[in-house]
Design a protein around this ligand. Structure first.
Ligand code: MEV
Length: 423
């Protein structure tokens, strides 16, 4: 695998970037075309209902990532400028210390059946006594999951006391879903099992669906970030304190974790996976101890560097859904070079950690608005019709003046004799 360290990649034109990726054999002609060409509307029409058009987002490439000793080029689909640059900066600070290490993300999903109108404790005993026989009743609707070595392997039960004073018996079917995200598969297992549970217990299965709190798919990503690259010892210490603040204050933790998801969601989206499933899992996991907290932990090492750790469930697939049928998702998976769902989760977690460290660094140092304003100025200069070769100059001038707006961009353009492009 070629190096993911690509200094100055951001300064190249789009054509030059693609040429470079082709020259290092990361992209072939067909994949480069798939990235640039709009997805056929006939295909999009099959993905959803009442389709009236297509909605596009930029797909960028985060650089500098070494994950478990492998250099990885990370495609990220996001509308938020600064996300890809931030992830690349975070990864750069970790690179000198070996990059990221990851563990976890077993491809196991939980399907739930909730039984009501039942003596929950008696039903629990009845089900637990024959759990192996119950598992044997389940079959793979199209056989493909079994062929890949997946399938249900464990039943668990728990009694819940509902706020209307009813009892509910919750049955978990835990299934290996191999490289699928597995939602459809485990939903069908829940629907298959429910009538048997009703017959055995006399209860009424009211809900039969997966749990998005996909605890088995929890990944741990770790890295040591170079204090000097982050801006010094004080910044490393302040990042640790910022994490403590997020642990103490749920209002801050929501923003902190949103920053992590800026990275994770962009990777998940680029590969055609379900971003809402991943975000639901992450937020529920952040609240698992009774208070909503940061998904990360940091400390300063004896050498003065910053060690970070992110723990988060990331339920994704590399088969099924749009992952293979959406040409750009397929291209993104090809660029990542990941073969398994587990590996995709691990890569996304490393990106989440890089994203968080970069955001915290900016927050405790110069403040996020400096970066955001610079990027906002670029967007406004473009919007005002400044030709692309002069956008950076006008954006810088607006930031220096302290007035960032489309009209300021036009005023500066007229002072500098720059012709504005019509829409
Ligand atoms: C902005 O999209 C994300 C941040 O707010 C994250 C954070 O505050 O940690 C910068």
């Amino acid at each position: 695998m070629p190096t993911s360290r690509l200094p100055g990649f951001y300064k190249k034109s789009l054509d030059e970037r693609l040429e470079h990726l082709q020259s290092i054999e990361l992209l072939d002609d067909a994949t480069a075309k798939a990235l640039l060409n709009p997805v056929p509307i006939s295909l999009l029409d099959e993905f959803s209902e009442n389709v009236i058009g297509r909605f596009s987002l930029p797909l960028g490439l985060a650089t500098n990532f070494t994950i478990d000793e492998e250099d990885i080029f990370v495609p990220m689909a996001t509308e938020e400028s600064s996300v890809i640059a931030a992830a690349s900066h975070g990864a750069k600070a970790a690179r000198g210390h070996g990059g990221f290490t990851t563990t976890g993300a077993k491809p196991q999903m939980i399907a739930q059946v909730h039984l009501i109108d039942v003596d929950a404790y008696q039903a629990q005993a009845q089900i637990e006594a024959i759990s192996d026989e119950l598992l044997d009743l389940l079959h793979d609707p199209d056989g493909s999951m079994e062929k890949r070595g997946g399938g249900p392997h464990t039943l668990r039960t728990r009694v819940h006391h509902l706020s209307n004073e009813e009892e509910c018996l919750t049955v978990h079917i835990i299934a290996n879903v191999q490289d699928a995200m597995g939602a459809n598969y485990v939903n069908s297992l829940a629907e298959q099992l429910a009538p048997h549970l009703a017959e055995i217990t006399g209860g009424r299965p009211i809900l039969r669906i997966l749990s998005n709190l996909a605890t088995h798919r929890t990944v741990v990503a770790k890295a040591t970030f170079d204090a000097e690259t982050l801006g010094g010892a004080q910044i490393a210490h302040d990042i640790v304190t910022a994490n403590h603040i997020a642990n103490a204050d749920p209002h801050r933790a929501a923003t902190h974790n949103k920053g992590i998801l800026n990275g994770i969601t962009a990777v998940v989206l680029s590969t055609g996976n379900d971003t809402r499933a991943v975000e639901a899992a992450a937020h529920a996991y952040a609240a698992r101890k009774g208070q909503y907290r940061a998904l990360t932990e940091y400390h300063v090492t004896p050498e003065g560097d910053l060690q970070g750790r992110l723990e988060v469930p990331i339920p994704v697939g590399t088969v099924g859904g749009a992952t293979r049928s959406h040409p750009q998702a397929k291209a993104a998976l090809g660029i990542l070079g990941v073969k398994t769902a587990q590996r995709l989760s691990q890569v996304a977690a490393a990106v989440g950690l890089a994203q968080n460290v970069a955001a915290l660094r900016a927050l405790v140092a110069e403040g996020i608005q400096e970066v955001h304003m610079a990027l906002h100025a670029v967007n406004l200069a473009r919007e005002a019709g400044i030709p692309s070769e002069r956008v950076e100059e006008i954006a810088d001038a607006m930031v220096d003046m302290g007035t960032v707006s489309a009209s300021a961009a036009r005023r500066l353009a007229s002072q500098k004799g720059i012709d504005i492009e019509a829409d």
